[in-house]
Design a protein around this ligand. Structure first.
Ligand SMILES: NC(=O)c1ccc[n+]([C@@H]2O[C@H](COP(=O)([O-])OP(=O)(O)OC[C@H]3O[C@@H](n4cnc5c(N)ncnc54)[C@H](OP(=O)(O)O)[C@@H]3O)[C@@H](O)[C@H]2O)c1
Length: 278
């Protein structure tokens, strides 16, 4: 079997490649810049852009199944070409926001783009599994990466979210892609427990002998300090909503365990693996 991985230079896609290699199948990656990417020797690298139909057609040539991390076109080109060539199965990296409404509804671009991506694959008739992921463990870097003074400033320090280790999303994707009869449908992929930024700061405080404390910043401060200058307000609002108390409606699910057979990794696991960032 030949499996295509998109987003392979990124966090989740990179883990997907590692989970798929050495399992007796051919693995191909589609990357925009092969010169800047390193993969195991037996991985076939195809240069291409996901928003270019001919690139996608070349990348899908001879492929049975694929992992899709959507590009800026919300997966539109990929879905169309995958439907045309009769791709056997795709696992889409989607988001919990596709099913849990946030205050700005479909004006929230994160929710909207994942809904559009899911719909595109469905309408193209591509057999699909949607992995609707909770917020990633690495999102804490948005608030904690520059906290050299030991103070983590964040707008919703007490909003508890079932954050997920990116490797568990990849492990779930790989489990579907490698199975004899891939499970279609929707899986909500979360970590094992709901943690707030304050809870995460306590975990980080045990890591490098550094103590973190948390201060609340206003949404306006978060918008002006954590996004590139000129980022439109609907974008900053969309991102912040996914981390706000409104997103706290999502509870831990058994998605990772159902697909991989193992319990999801903890935030402590992720923090330990990334402690140099703190
Ligand atoms: N952060 C969260 O809390 C969260 C929660 C749920 C879902 N998600 C979703 O998860 C995804 C992010 O996953 P991630 O962290 O693994 O991504 P990432 O590390 O940011 O990597 C993005 C990947 O997509 C590739 N890419 C982007 N545009 C492309 C194009 N036009 N053609 C080909 N490749 C392209 C990039 O390739 P290059 O190397 O060429 O740039 C890179 O490999 C997003 O869709 C996000 O909405 C995130």
């Amino acid at each position: 079997m030949k499996i295509l991985v998109t987003g392979a230079t990124g966090t989740v896609g990179g883990h997907v490649v590692r989970h798929l290699t050495g399992r007796g199948h051919e693995v191909r990656v589609l990357v925009r810049d092969p010169a800047g990417a390193t993969f195991p020797a037996d991985v076939e690298v195809v240069r291409g852009d996901l928003t270019d139909a001919e690139d996608v057609r070349r990348a899908l040539d001879g492929v049975d199944r694929a992992f899709l991390n959507m590009a800026d076109d919300n997966g539109a080109v990929f879905a169309q070409v995958a439907g045309e060539v009769g791709l056997g199965h795709v696992v889409l990296l989607s988001s919990f926001t596709a099913e849990h409404p946030l205050p700005s509804g479909d004006q929230n671009i994160i929710a909207a783009r994942h809904k559009v991506g899911e719909r595109a694959l469905t309408e193209a008739g591509v057999p699909s599994t949607f992995l609707r992921a909770a917020g990633f463990d690495y999102n804490i870097l948005m608030w904690a990466a520059g906290a050299t003074d030991g103070v983590i400033r964040a707008p919703y320090p007490d909003a508890k979210l079932p954050i997920v280790h990116p490797e568990d999303i990849a492990a779930s994707a790989a489990a579907v892609l490698l199975s004899e009869d891939p499970a279609g449908g929707v899986y909500t992929i979360t970590g094992p427990e709901k943690l707030s930024v304050r809870d995460q700061a306590r975990v980080l405080s045990g890591l490098n002998g550094k103590d973190f404390r948390v201060e609340t910043m206003t949404e306006e401060e978060a918008k002006s300090s954590k996004f590139p200058e000129g980022t439109p307000d609907f974008v900053t609002t969309s991102v912040l909503e996914t981390m706000s108390p409104a997103a706290s409606v999502l509870d831990p699910t058994g998605g990772v365990e159902a697909l991989t057979g193992h319990a999801p990794r903890t935030f402590g696991d992720w923090a330990n693996e990334n402690k140099e960032a703190f």
